[in-house]
Design a protein around this ligand. Structure first.
Ligand SMILES: [Zn+2]
Length: 325
């Protein structure tokens, strides 16, 4: 079963999180097959999407944002798009769009950054967005500070967290068809940090020791091998890595509280989309294709509007109805 475990290292400004998505991740794979889209994505794409899903779940859980966290890569290679969306209750959906050949040993660059035009972004879309309010979007660089492409997605995010949040983060990600998993270790900001103009204080002195604590724990975390993350259960992973560290574990999210697959698509949303096309274009599609069919890339659901359904949409918004204005 899927699980998410949070813990802190006693007396140290270091926290951690471990996520293992099993049934919920398998559901993403199953939906894709059920949708009749080419049976499966190539293996490296499945792995990358799984790693992104684990990472997005950790990020949402880390910031507890009241809205959707969306992690996206817009690729310039054979993989055009990867999207993961995680809600505050940790329900998530994920999809990828692949148009070209992806070799089994493809690197991140070979998939999404062939011409150095790949883009990665994280979007925070508040649940109760005010009219005119834009979602927050952060650009995640696919390059390191020396301008070289980064080839592991975990390192892409580590680099981002350090650059944008000034947070030391260690991230280990792994995914196959059965499991998407991730371990995150983060140094908590301590008082006075970032205040460069301030003179060194006792607190700063203390912080040096604390950084050493983080460094030690980060080395332990980074020693976790992909196979171990994929094969061992949560408690075993944490015990083996941190058996010498005093750790307090919070109530794990298991069962119904665990991260799970859920899609937000609905017939009503598709109806509004068709409405947005306008009656002329919608009727043209019905004339040409007999109906309007819209498939959801996330869950495989197909929504069909025949001629009568389509007319109904525009009857509902006929003159006199305010939604036409
Ligand atoms: Zn859907």
């Amino acid at each position: 079963m899927s699980e998410l475990r949070k813990f802190i290292f006693d007396g140290l400004p270091v926290r951690g999180m471990l996520v293992r998505l099993t049934d919920s991740w398998q559901e993403v794979m199953r939906r894709r097959v059920a949708a009749g889209q080419d049976p499966q994505h190539p293996a490296p794409v499945r792995q990358l999407l799984g790693e992104m899903t684990a990472a997005a779940t950790l990020m949402q859980s880390n910031i507890k944002f009241n809205g959707a966290l969306v992690l996206q890569i817009f690729g310039d290679g054979p993989v055009k798009l990867l999207v993961v969306e995680v809600q505050p209750d940790l329900s998530f959906r994920a999809t990828a769009k692949v148009v070209g050949e992806v070799p089994d040993d493809a690197t991140l660059s070979q998939m999404v950054n062939v011409h150095n035009k790949g883009r990665c972004a994280v979007t925070l879309d508040p649940r109760d967005r005010l009219p005119g309010q834009q979602p927050y979007q952060g650009v995640i660089s696919l390059w390191d500070d020396a301008g070289r492409p980064i080839e592991r997605f975990s390192e892409v995010l580590q680099h981002y967290m350090l650059q944008s949040e000034q947070l030391d983060t260690t991230l280990v990600l792994a995914a196959n068809d059965d499991l998407a998993a991730g371990l995150l270790i983060q140094r908590l900001p301590v008082l006075g940090e970032g205040n460069l103009s301030a003179k060194a204080t006792q607190a700063d002195e203390d912080q040096i020791g604390r950084n050493e604590d983080y460094a030690r724990i980060a080395i332990l975390a980074a020693s976790l091998k992909t196979e171990e993350l994929l094969q061992l259960d949560g408690p075993t992973i944490l015990r083996r890595l941190f058996w010498e560290e005093r750790r307090t574990e919070f109530d794990p999210l298991l069962g119904e509280r665990a991260p799970r697959f859920a899609c937000k698509c609905s017939r009503e949303r598709v109806r509004r989309m068709i409405e947005g096309l306008g009656s002329e274009e919608a009727r043209d599609i019905v004339r040409e294709q007999g109906q309007i069919e819209v498939g959801c890339d996330f869950c495989g659901m197909a929504y069909r509007f025949d001629a009568i359904d389509t007319e109904q949409i525009f009857v509902d918004t006929a003159p006199g109805s305010s939604s036409l204005q």
